[in-house]
Design a protein around this ligand. Structure first.
Ligand code: HEC
Length: 155
C-alpha cells in the first residue's frame, strides 16, 4: 500500500517533466519557422533595418518571400513575382505596398526610413526585368507616409 502510493506519483512527475520539455521545444521551433525574415542578424535593432542600399535591403527583407530572383513563390502562401511585373509601372504602387503592406505582406512603414523605401523601390523598378527610368524620391515617400497615417490606413 505504502509503496504503491509512491509509484504513481513518480510516474506523474516524470510525465509532467516530459510534457514541459515537449511544450518548450515545440514552442521554440514553431516560433522560428513562422519568422518571415530569411537571414537573422540583418536587423540593426528591433524594427529597424540598417541597410541603406536598395540591393542590400532587397536581400535582407524582400527576397525571403519574393525569392532572390524576384520570381515569387507558390506554396503555403502566394508570393507574387516582382520580376517583369507591370504593376511596378507607377512608383506609387510599390511605395504604398512597402509602407502599408498588402494582405499577406507585412507593412514596413515603422521599420524603414523614407530613403530606405525609395532605395528598395528604385532597385526593384530597375532590376529583375523591370526597366523604369523614373525614380521614387524620399520626399514622395514622406508625403505618402503622412497621407497614409492621416487616412488611418496604417499605424
Ligand atoms: C513576409 C513576406 C513578404 C515580404 C518580406 C515582402 N513581401 Fe511583398 N508581398 C508579399 C505577399 C504575400 C504579397 C501579395 C499580397 C496580395 O495578396 O496582394 C506581396 C506583394 C508585393 C507587391 C505587389 C505585387 C503585385 O503584383 O501586386 C510588391 C510591389 C511587393 N510585395 C514588394 C515587396 C518589397 C519591395 C519587399 C521588401 C521591402 C517585400 N515585398 C517584402 C509578401 C512579402
Amino acid at each position: 500500500m505504502h509503496v504503491a502510493a509512491h509509484i504513481p506519483l513518480r510516474a506523474w512527475i516524470q510525465l509532467f517533466i516530459i510534457f514541459v520539455v515537449l511544450a518548450l521545444s515545440s514552442a521554440c521551433c514553431f516560433g522560428e519557422e513562422s519568422s518571415p525574415f530569411s537571414a537573422p542578424g540583418t536587423l540593426a535593432e528591433r524594427g529597424h533595418f540598417k541597410q541603406q542600399d536598395g540591393e542590400a535591403l532587397y536581400r535582407a527583407i524582400c527576397q525571403g518571400c519574393h525569392m532572390p530572383d524576384a520570381s515569387g513563390a507558390h506554396g503555403a502562401g502566394m508570393y507574387p513575382a516582382l520580376a517583369a511585373n507591370p504593376k511596378l509601372a507607377s512608383v506609387m504602387y510599390p511605395a504604398i505596398t512597402v509602407l502599408a503592406g498588402r494582405r499577406g505582406m507585412p507593412q514596413f512603414h515603422d521599420s524603414l526610413s523614407d530613403q530606405q523605401v525609395a532605395a528598395v523601390v528604385n532597385y526593384l523598378r530597375s532590376h529583375f526585368g523591370n526597366d523604369y527610368a523614373d525614380k521614387l524620391m524620399s520626399d514622395d515617400v514622406a508625403q505618402l507616409r503622412a497621407s497614409l497615417l492621416s487616412a488611418g490606413g496604417s499605424r
